[in-house]
Design a protein around this ligand. Sequence first.
Ligand code: 13P
Length: 284
Amino acid sequence: MNCHSPEAAVGSPSEFFDPEYRLARPGSTLRLIMRKPVIAGNWKMYKLLSEAVNTALALKPLVANANHCEVIIAPVFTELKTVADRLEGSNIKIAAQDCAAESAHGAHTGEVAADMLKDVGCRYVVVGHSERRQLYGETDQSVNRKVNSALAAGLTPIVCVGEMLEQREAGVVESVVKTQLSGGLAGLTRADVERIIIAYEPVWAIGTGKTATPQQAQEMHGVIRRAAAESHGEEVANSLRILYGGSVKPDNIATLMDQPDVDGALVGGASLEAETFAKIVNYK
Ligand code: 13P
């Protein structure tokens, strides 16, 4: 079931009360909307093809019973097709780590169009990761174009936002993240936003071992959900899945997932090893 589609709210009673789905805004007078958690592993620029295949195949049986969440891995471009083929029929879905801003095929050396990613078995694409923003000149405008390209190709964009340490220390976290959101999601319709996933990844927590506290994560996820409610309506905001990323490990995933607005995790370092990532997937 695609839980961020409007149909998710009108499923059969057993589907509707499936305890594996998170209840959005308990007590809300709006119709109930469930958000299925997502645990995604971003492999960044790690692993040769054989290593990627071995990790994926090792992961497969370890997460085979994880029906409580969507399980996603994001290998590098050159490994997507092989890993997708080897995982066919499993519950592990494939994401790319980026896509071209342009939808139309053409003279864009080095770029990979969103429909090419779909074509080799991707279902998701990470867009606007802080490493791309910091190292490769990604802007809210290019993020916005990539989100549109991904949606047009039928991929689910996982749109990353998050502040740097100086911004947190300067007390401008909310405005930084709201600007990233309004820029990245500019012009999207409600139906578009129902199809995306947001990842809140504070830059100071990425690869540092310094996880945001569950309270810090909840606070920012709440900010993001309220911003989505203001821009696209409460119903869309209630169905929006917001993942936390930044030093997620087996020993901190459960407390993060306890937060009402944390709908999953985007995991870097701890996703590279099958056993460790499986522990995060199987957090409950
Ligand atoms: P770490 O889990 O290694 O901190 O990385 C987080 C991240 O950047 C996921 O996209």
